[in-house]
Design a protein around this ligand. Structure first.
Ligand SMILES: [Mg+2]
Length: 384
C-alpha cells in the first residue's frame, strides 16, 4: 500500500499575491547586548540588525535580516545581504505575481537565503497587516503558547555558567542549551548535570570538532543530553551520519541545513535525529514550514533556533513555532536576556510557566517605536 501524500503546508501561502510597494527601506540598528554572547567561533557584544520596512497603501511591515556584520556564523553578512537585496532580489519583486512565483524567481539567485528571507518574511507580514490578521493566522496556524529555552554562551568559569543555569531553572525555561568548544566541554557539562540531574539539557558546538574527536564526544553520552548540536563542520552532512552511528545521544544539525533537500538528505542517511530551523538560514517561513513538515513525517524533531534577533525577528520566530512539527522547545527567550531596550513594544516576556505567548494583533503584533528606532539607527537608505 502506498502512503497517502500529505498536503503541502505552504500551498495556500504560495498563492498569495505580492502587493504594490510604495516604499522599501533598509534600516540598520545597533543594540548593545546585556552581556557578550560567546560561541566556539566568535564573541558578539552588540547586535547590528538590518531591518526592512515595506510601505503599501497605508500599511507598513517590518522584517529583520538575521545576518551578522561578520561571516563567522554564515557566509552572509549585512553588507552582502544589502547588496543581494538591492541589486538582485528586489528587482524581481513585482506586484501581482504570487509568492510561489517569487520563490521561483529567487531560485535563480544561488544561496543568500538570509537576504531572501528578509523580503519573503516582509511580504508575508505586510499581507497579514493588510488582511488585519496575525502572522500565525496567515500561516494557517492557531496561537499556541511557545515553550521557551535558553541558550547560554561560553562562560569564563563553570561557576559563572552554573549561576546562569540556576537563574534559567528558577525562571522555568523548558530547556537549557550550553555552548561547548574543544577544551571546554565534558567537565563543564558534568558540572551542570551534577547540579541539575533532571534538567532538559543540550550542547551546541557550532562545528568545533572533527571525526577524530568521536571517542571524546561519546563521553557526552553519560549525561542524558537531549541532543548534541552541530559538532562537526558547518559544511558537513556525511560525517555527521558516521558520528551519529557511534553516539547514543541524538545529533541535531543547524549550520549544515539550508534547504528542504538538505534536510531530506541528512535524514535519509541518518546524519541527525533533530533539526534546528533558523528561518533566515533556510530562506524564510515557507521553506521552514516545508522542512518542519518533512521532519514530522519522518519522526525527526524540530525546534526554532535564534540569531539574537531584535523583537522583530524574535516575533517572526514565535509565529513560526506555531507551525506543525515544532515539537521541541526553541531558542526564543525573553528580550531582557539580550537587550535593555528593544526597538519594538511590547518586548518578549516569559510567563511564570516558562512559555511565551504569541503576540496578538495584525502582522507580527508588536509595533516599532519610532524614537527608539531613531536612537539606535546607524544606517538607513530608501531602496524604492
Ligand atoms: Mg547552533
Amino acid at each position: 500500500m502506498t502512503a497517502v501524500p500529505r498536503p503541502s503546508p505552504t500551498a495556500h501561502l504560495e498563492q498569495l499575491v505580492v502587493p504594490a510597494l510604495d516604499h522599501v527601506d533598509l534600516v540598520t540598528v545597533r543594540l548593545p547586548f546585556v552581556a557578550p554572547f560567546g560561541t566556539s567561533v566568535h564573541v558578539w557584544t552588540v547586535k547590528d540588525a538590518m531591518l526592512m520596512r515595506l510601505e503599501s497603501g497605508g500599511a507598513t511591515a517590518w522584517s529583520e535580516c538575521v545576518s551578522d556584520p561578520d561571516p563567522f556564523y554564515s557566509y552572509e553578512t549585512n553588507t552582502t545581504a544589502r547588496h543581494i537585496i538591492a541589486e538582485f532580489l528586489l528587482p524581481l519583486v513585482e506586484p501581482g505575481i504570487t509568492l510561489g512565483e517569487l520563490e521561483t524567481r529567487f531560485g535563480h539567485v544561488r544561496g543568500h537565503r538570509m537576504a531572501k528571507a528578509t523580503i519573503e518574511n516582509a511580504l508575508l507580514i505586510l499581507i497579514a497587516e493588510q488582511q488585519g490578521v496575525p502572522l500565525h493566522a496567515l500561516l494557517g496556524r492557531p496561537a499556541v503558547p511557545i515553550p521557551s529555552g535558553l541558550s547560554i554562551g561560553l562562560q569564563d568559569s563553570p561557576d559563572a555558567l552554573l549561576r546562569i543555569v540556576d537563574r534559567a531553572v528558577e525562571r522555568k525555561y523548558h530547556r537549557v542549551k550550553m555552548k561547548i568548544k574543544q577544551g571546554q566541554d565534558v567537565a563543564w557539562v558534568r558540572a551542570v548535570r551534577d547540579r541539575f540531574p533532571g534538567l532538559p539539557l543540550m550542547v551546541d558546538a557550532n562545528g568545533d570538532y572533527t571525526l577524530d574527536d568521536a571517542a571524546h564526544l561519546a563521553e557526552l553520552d553519560a549525561f542524558d543530553l537531549t541532543m548534541v548540536e552541530q559538532p562537526l563542520s558547518y559544511t558537513d552532512i556525511i560525517e555527521h551520519a558516521t558520528l551519529q552511528r557511534s553516539l547514543k545521544t541524538p545529533l541535531c544539525l543547524d549550520e549544515s541545513i539550508h534547504t528542504l533537500a538538505d534536510a531530506a538528505a541528512a535524514i535519509s542517511i541518518g546524519a541527525c535525529r533533530i533539526i534546528n530551523i533558523k528561518q533566515g538560514r533556510v530562506g524564510g517561513l515557507l521553506e521552514s514550514m516545508r522542512i518542519a513538515h518533512h521532519c514530522a513525517a519522518h519522526g525527526v524533531g524540530v525546534w526554532s533556533g535564534g540569531m539574537d534577533e531584535t523583537g522583530i525577528g524574535r516575533a517572526v520566530n514565535i509565529h513560526l513555532q506555531t507551525a506543525e512539527g515544532f515539537t521541541i522547545p526553541g531558542d526564543t527567550a525573553e528580550t531582557a536576556n539580550y537587550f535593555h531596550e528593544d526597538v519594538i513594544d511590547t518586548p518578549v516576556v516569559l510567563r511564570a510557566d516558562g512559555y511565551i505567548d504569541v503576540p496578538p494583533g495584525p502582522g507580527i503584533g508588536p509595533r516599532v517605536v519610532a524614537d527608539r528606532l531613531l536612537k539606535r539607527t546607524i544606517h538607513a537608505e530608501r531602496l524604492r
